[in-house]
Design a protein around this ligand. Structure first.
Ligand code: SF4
Length: 380
């Protein structure tokens, strides 16, 4: 039925260049390759519950290249064959207690008591119920979960989970009702457990989801619950991280090799614009680092989103395209034209952003992408 609504979700795969850029992602939903989280929970890593965060992180970094190598070798095997091999070496209870995914969950839960999941590093003690700059406490609050048909063609139908709260505050936010202006007291304490999330993945998979898409607001404040849910999840679907990518280095170390595909939002190409319009200090430094980490440690498969903004082609759009072209191996870029004034802009903030885009601005950015040879048409 969905293929009638969006025929391009089928036809887009006839484009060889696009297909070659999302090989691993496609093979996962075709059941020819395992999602990364399933391998992470079968990869033995020795640690114990008493160890402190720094020691656990050291162990994580020691095993990260080994996991990468193992994953590359095994991802196209069947889960039965991998289990057979792993359980011939270790007891089942041993793997359940000491695996790479569990190590990540343990570190994230330790970080939660002085939270630095995102680059704000506001150190809120979310483990004890304190609310961080992102607007939520230590639980994961789902606003909605459904099959999204409005995403880019290779992504739909997308089993999308929207979380409350956000790590940045864009003055023009188009999702401000779940990012910032929600009444937390109304649902405080009634967060979703890891098991609730795992059940949601199953429900979405039965509705023909091609992936599980974590978004918000921003999904970053919920990392600990999301990764814990992967310990229970059963779906053979790619896990998709759809985010502003304003994550701390620690968070990126923990998730860069777990998600199968990425929808990073690359908004600004300098710290000044990000600080001024989105209250995100050191945004550009963090964004460059995090994008490179996906290349070096993770799948390197993504659909980058860039929202072209009025009066920001020279300071942001053009340099972002240059950076993508120079630094990323096989990017697909959705150059988005749908900017409209919203949220604080409608209440008088930053008059320079209080209009829609001019055709000439879009033309300039898309022409620059063509001149560079950046691949964008089939996802924009
Ligand atoms: S996710 Fe970011 S803003 Fe939220 S509590 Fe953690 S460090 Fe603070």
């Amino acid at each position: 039925m969905w293929s009638l609504l969006r025929r391009d979700a089928m036809t887009v795969w006839q484009q060889v260049e696009l297909k070659n850029r999302l090989v691993k992602y496609r093979e996962i939903f075709q059941n020819k390759r395992l999602p990364r989280y399933k391998l992470a929970r079968l990869f033995h890593v020795p640690f114990n519950e008493k160890m402190k965060k720094d020691e656990l992180m050291e162990i994580h970094e020691h095993y990260q290249p080994k996991f990468k190598e193992w994953l590359e070798e095994k991802q196209q095997y069947s889960i039965e064959d991998i289990e057979k091999e792993v359980f011939s070496k270790y007891k089942e209870e041993e793997i359940e207690k000491n695996n790479y995914l569990k190590l990540k969950v343990k570190i994230l839960n330790d970080v939660l008591s002085a939270c630095e999941f995102c680059e704000n590093r506001c150190k809120a003690n979310r483990a004890e119920g304190k609310i961080g700059n992102c607007g939520v406490d230590g639980k994961a609050y789902v606003s909605s979960a459904f099959i999204h048909m409005g995403e880019e063609a290779p992504i739909i139908p997308s089993g999308t989970i929207f979380f409350y709260g956000c790590t940045m505050e864009c003055s023009f936010c188009q999702n401000f009702d779940i990012s910032h202006l929600f009444s937390f007291e109304r649902f405080k304490g009634r967060g979703s457990t890891a098991l609730d999330l795992a059940q949601t993945y199953y429900t979405l998979s039965k509705q023909q989801a091609r992936n599980i898409n974590f978004v918000g607001g921003d999904p970053t404040p919920n990392l600990h619950v999301i990764l814990e849910s992967f310990l229970d999840a059963q779906v053979n679907l790619p896990m998709l991280w759809n985010s502003n990518m304003y994550l701390s280095e620690t968070s990126m170390k923990l998730i860069s090799d777990i998600f199968d595909i990425w929808l990073p939002d690359m908004k600004y190409s300098n710290n000044d614009c990000a600080g001024k319009y989105s209250k995100a200090p050191k945004y550009w430094d963090a964004l460059q680092r995090n994008m490179k980490m996906i290349e070096e440690r993770g799948s390197g498969e993504y659909v980058i989103r860039h929202l072209v903004m009025p009066n920001h082609t020279n300071c942001c759009s053009i340099p972002i395209l240059n950076w993508i072209n120079e630094n990323l191996e096989t990017p697909l870029v959705n150059i988005m034209a749908q900017y409209h004034p919203d949220y604080k802009i409608l209440r008088g903030a930053f008059p320079e952003l209080n209009r829609r885009l001019k055709t000439s601005e879009m033309y300039e950015v898309r022409k620059h992408a063509d001149d560079l040879g950046v691949y964008w048409k089939s996802v924009s």
